[in-house]
Design a protein around this ligand. Structure first.
Ligand code: SF4
Length: 311
C-alpha cells in the first residue's frame, strides 16, 4: 500500500496566528483567559489550549468582568465586540486578517449604499460575524445555494457579493455565475474572498485524488474547510473520511486499497498527519510520497502587546 500526502496541507497563516495569540496571552496574563468560540475548529488544538488554561465560551456574558477575552479566527459581529468592551475586558483579536478584510469590504460597500449578498453556510461563526458587520439600518442577504439566488427579490441598483473564506471553489463559482446572470451589474470582491489556504488545499486534493483510491482528511467535524476537502474526493467518486486522529481509522477502509491519500484541513496540526502515517505504516504502507505543490510563504503578525510573551 502506498500513501500520497497532499501539499500544501494543514495549518494556514490565520490558524497559526490565532493559536499563537492564545498561547502568548496565557504567557502574559496567566490562566484563565477566555476565548469566544473555539479559536480554530480543531479538537486537538482546543483540548491543548484548554489544558494550558484557556476557557472557551460561546457568549460574552459567560466571561467575568475585567478578564482577558480573545475573539476566534472566524471573527465576531460588532455586537459581540461591543459587549466585550462593556465588560471592561482586555481584548485580543485573533480574527484572521483575511476575514477582517471581508468585514472592511462589507462596511465600505454599505457606505456606498450597496446591498451586499454573502455566499456562505448559515450558522457558521464566520458567517455570523460577517452578517454582524451591517451598518445600522442596513442588512446583508445570506445565500447558500443556486436555489437561493432564484429566490432573491432585490430592487437595489447597487449590488455586491462577498463569500465565506472556506467554501468549495467549484460550488461557489456556480453560485456566482447564477448571481451574475440574474444581476448583470453585481460587483465582485476586489480580490477572491475564498482564501489562499482554502484554494491551495482544495487544488492539492484534486491532484492527489487522481492517483489515490481513498482520502483521509485530518480535521474536526465542525471545520468548514476540512469538510470541503472531503467532499472533493466524494465528487471524484472516491471514498473519503474526516478524522480527528489515527485512532478513528477503521481497518475496513483500507481493504483492497492500493493508494491512500492523506491531507489535513487548515486547522489540523502536522503532528496528527504524522501519527496517521505511522499508523498506516503499521498497517503495511511501504511507501510515503508527498506530492509537489504550491509553496506558501504567508505570515500574519500578532498584536504588538503580545510579541514578547510565550508560554
Ligand atoms: S482558512 Fe483562510 S481565512 Fe481561515 S484562518 Fe486560514 S487563512 Fe484565514
Amino acid at each position: 500500500m502506498k500513501v500520497l500526502l497532499a501539499n500544501p496541507r494543514g495549518f494556514c497563516a490565520g490558524v497559526e496566528r490565532a493559536i499563537e495569540i492564545v498561547e502568548r496571552a496565557l504567557g502574559l496574563h496567566g490562566a484563565p483567559i477566555y476565548v469566544r468560540h473555539e479559536v480554530v475548529h480543531n479538537k486537538f488544538v482546543v483540548d491543548n489550549l484548554k489544558a494550558k488554561g484557556a476557557i472557551f465560551v460561546e457568549k460574552i456574558d459567560e466571561v467575568p468582568t475585567g478578564k482577558v477575552v480573545i475573539f476566534s479566527a472566524h471573527g465576531v459581529s460588532q455586537t459581540v465586540r461591543q459587549q466585550a468592551g462593556e465588560l471592561g475586558a482586555i481584548i485580543y483579536d485573533a480574527t484572521c486578517p483575511l476575514v477582517t478584510k471581508i468585514h472592511k469590504e462589507v462596511a465600505r460597500k454599505q457606505k456606498q449604499s450597496h446591498k451586499v449578498i454573502l455566499i456562505g453556510h448559515k450558522g457558521h461563526p464566520e458567517v455570523e460575524g460577517t452578517l454582524g458587520q451591517s451598518a445600522q439600518g442596513t442588512s446583508i442577504e445570506l445565500i447558500e445555494t443556486i436555489a437561493d439566488v432564484d429566490k432573491l427579490n432585490l430592487d437595489n441598483k447597487q449590488l455586491s457579493y462577498t463569500t465565506q473564506t472556506t467554501l468549495s471553489i467549484n460550488d461557489t463559482r456556480q453560485i456566482v455565475n447564477a448571481l451574475k446572470d440574474k444581476f448583470p451589474g453585481i460587483k465582485s470582491p476586489q480580490k477572491d474572498d475564498i482564501c489562499y489556504a482554502t484554494q491551495n488545499r482544495q487544488n492539492a486534493v484534486k491532484i492527489l485524488m487522481q492517483d489515490s483510491d481513498v482520502l483521509l482528511v485530518l480535521g474536526s467535524n465542525n471545520s468548514s474547510n476540512s469538510n470541503r476537502l472531503r467532499e472533493i474526493a466524494e465528487k471524484m467518486q472516491k471514498k473519503s473520511y474526516l478524522i480527528d486522529g489515527a485512532n478513528e481509522i477503521h481497518l475496513d477502509w483500507l481493504t483492497g486499497v492500493n493508494t491512500i491519500g492523506v491531507t489535513a484541513g487548515a486547522s489540523a496540526p502536522e503532528i496528527l498527519v504524522q501519527e496517521v502515517i505511522n499508523y498506516l505504516r503499521d498497517c503495511g504502507a511501504n511507501e510515503v510520497i508527498e506530492i509537489g505543490g504550491v509553496k506558501e510563504n504567508i505570515h500574519f503578525p500578532i498584536p504588538e502587546q503580545l510579541r514578547q510573551n510565550r508560554r
